[in-house]
Write a protein of this length. Sequence first.
Length: 99
Amino acid sequence: MDIKKCNTLEEARAEIDKIDDKIVELIAARNAYIKQIAHFKNSIDEIKAKDRIDDIITRMRGRAIELGLSPNLINDLYIRMIDAMVDTEVAEFKNAKNF
């Protein structure tokens, strides 16, 4: 990962703004795949796959450590994001199955 050397506060903030925009775009893309996944599931219990969620969080905690980030921060972010996306997936599932 290449980090640009900034010479001013404004320049550093502009770089952070670009990254923030990309983060939101990536989360939106992840959410779009979540909606697709809902169509491959057969039940709401299958959507709430605790083993899969645990695997994702464990993997992302490890990735955070590799990148010098707080694994607790990433853990908390992913729990919040996954909880919201599970809700989205359940709604998509119910809509597709006409519950």
